[in-house]
Design a protein around this ligand. Structure first.
Ligand SMILES: [Zn+2]
Length: 200
């Protein structure tokens, strides 16, 4: 199968797994079919080079949930999100987005930012995202969320960890803290994961 998942995503995941899985680190990687990344020397560079398949990506999150349970999965996702945010914010790609955002009138910048992140999610082949808007908020809708694809029965929105990534990025783009909340999650049985970016 074709590799579509970037080294940036995979490296952030490997760092997150290493932090929370302890003695089960090897088992999690083996169950995900990622034994090739077991030694840290074999970890991919944090760039946009594709290094794994979408199926492998979904299986990682599913395996972590099955092996380590809901609360450890949350801890893992928080670590993972912090890592992803750091890598994205340090990239040349991000500097270019920041420069573009400064050309957008302040009143339109939040809507523009959410649309840009929806497009980036597609460009980076993370998921097929959709943009929506109502009078309260802008929304990012994901019907094939790789985090939640193999997970069911979660007690609260699971990929809510992504609030950290999107909240951190949007803060840099608009210059003030936006309330970002996951309002529906496939891991709880919703047809899509939906993140709201509330208007002031
Ligand atoms: Zn999700």
């Amino acid at each position: 199968m074709t590799h579509t998942v970037s080294g940036l995503t995979m490296r952030s995941i490997l760092e997150g797994i290493k932090k929370v899985s302890g003695p089960q680190y090897k088992l999690v990687l083996q169950m995900s079919g990622l034994g090739r990344f077991e030694a840290e020397d074999n970890w991919p560079a944090a760039d946009f080079t594709p290094v794994a398949t979408q199926q492998e990506l979904e299986t990682i999150f599913g395996s972590i949930y099955k092996l380590l349970g809901e609360s450890i999965t949350r801890l893992f996702l928080r670590n993972y999100s912090a890592g992803v945010l750091q890598v994205i914010a340090g990239s040349d790609w991000w500097q270019a987005q920041l420069a573009r955002s400064r050309e957008i009138p302040a009143g339109q910048r939040l809507g523009w930012s959410v649309q840009m992140m929806v497009q980036a999610s597609k460009d980076m082949q993370w998921a097929t995202a959709e943009f929506q808007e109502d009078d309260k908020a802008y929304y990012m809708l994901t019907r094939n969320c790789p985090i939640c694809a193999q997970i069911a029965g979660s007690h609260a929105p699971l990929c809510a960890s992504e609030e950290q990534i999107y909240g951190g990025l949007v803060l840099q783009l608009v210059g003030y803290r936006v309330v970002v909340r996951e309002v529906a999650c496939m891991a709880m049985g919703a047809p899509a994961c939906k993140v709201a970016f509330y208007k002031k």
